[in-house]
Design a protein around this ligand. Structure first.
Ligand SMILES: NC(=O)c1ccc[n+]([C@@H]2O[C@H](COP(=O)([O-])OP(=O)(O)OC[C@H]3O[C@@H](n4cnc5c(N)ncnc54)[C@H](O)[C@@H]3O)[C@@H](O)[C@H]2O)c1
Length: 254
């Protein structure tokens, strides 16, 4: 399964005229989320640090039902986040997908990693809640199996940050009482442009073959979970961490 299906989730309650901010939308999981939402009629504000890939995304989704508005935003910089939200202050935005994140292989101190990952998601969420959250709103965070469902050979900051992301999402789910709902997904190994090289290495091919489903995930398989949790169809799901890892964290072979 290597060709991305053109999923349209409009049957899950997304309505034309609704809008979503998706961070890290230019690549991988976030790109697939942007595609599903735009095909479902939702206007997508695609925010990413990579301007060239945003341009390609806008071209690819030019004929989708929902419009795609791309903006270069570094979600690890509070001032950039503030400016981006100020510029859409008059717009009603129902959905937020906090997904941008530095690669797990980036060398960083724990304090820098937690500040960028948890702090970035928090600054985005606070700005959304302050000006945009409506009765229909919902929020999804991309976390990871790392730090939550298993311990991986990553730099120390990554599991610390991803566990922090989940704790923060659960806290908001209770504190905000579902207005909006806040959920998280925990992807396992997911092949993207960035991970493709490493995943093709013989040791990794062998590792994934031992997984219960005999393979790693595809970005759209995580994106469908995100878009379901985001949608009105998930109206009583709040504060969950949904693993999207093909049962790999249950298997002693993985
Ligand atoms: N791929 C995996 O195996 C895997 C596993 C678990 C969790 N995740 C998480 O999934 C999320 C998406 O990652 P992906 O695998 O799709 O990777 P990806 O590299 O394909 O996409 C990440 C996108 O985020 C953008 N980005 C990075 N830092 C940013 C910043 N400071 N501001 C704005 N945009 C920024 C990048 O430019 C890129 O377009 C990340 O939070 C990652 O930690 C990925």
């Amino acid at each position: 399964m290597t060709v991305e299906p053109a999923y349209d989730f409009s049957g899950l309650g997304f309505e034309p005229g609704q809008a979503a901010v998706v961070s890290g939308a230019a690549s991988g999981i976030g790109r697939s989320v942007a595609g599903i939402l735009a095909r479902s009629g939702v206007s997508v504000l695609a925010w990413d640090i990579n301007a060239d890939k945003l341009e390609a995304l806008a071209q690819d989704l030019a004929s989708a039902k929902g419009t795609v508005m791309c903006r270069r935003v570094d979600t690890s910089v509070d001032a950039e986040i503030d400016r981006a939200w100020q510029d859409v202050a008059g717009m009603e935005i129902q959905y937020l997908v906090n997904n941008a994140g530095p690669p797990s292989t980036t060398p960083m101190s724990v304090s820098d990693g937690v500040r960028q990952a948890v702090g970035g998601y928090a600054a985005m969420t606070e700005a959304f809640l302050g000006a945009h959250a409506t009765e229909a709103a919902s929020v999804v965070f991309t976390a990871s199996i790392a730090g939550n469902l298993r311990v991986d050979a990553t730099p120390d900051w990554y599991p610390a940050a991803k566990a922090g992301v989940v704790g923060y999402s659960r806290h908001l789910a209770v504190k905000l009482r579902g207005r909006p709902r806040v959920n998280a997904v925990a992807p396992g190994g997911t092949v993207t442009e960035r991970t493709a090289g490493a995943f093709a290495a013989p040791a990794n091919v062998e590792r994934f073959a031992k997984y219960p489903m005999g393979r790693h995930g595809q970005p759209w398989e995580v994106a469908t979970a995100i878009c379901y949790l985001l949608s009105p169809a998930a109206s009583f799901i709040n504060g969950v961490l949904l693993p999207v890892e093909g049962a790999s964290t249950w298997s002693s072979n993985s």
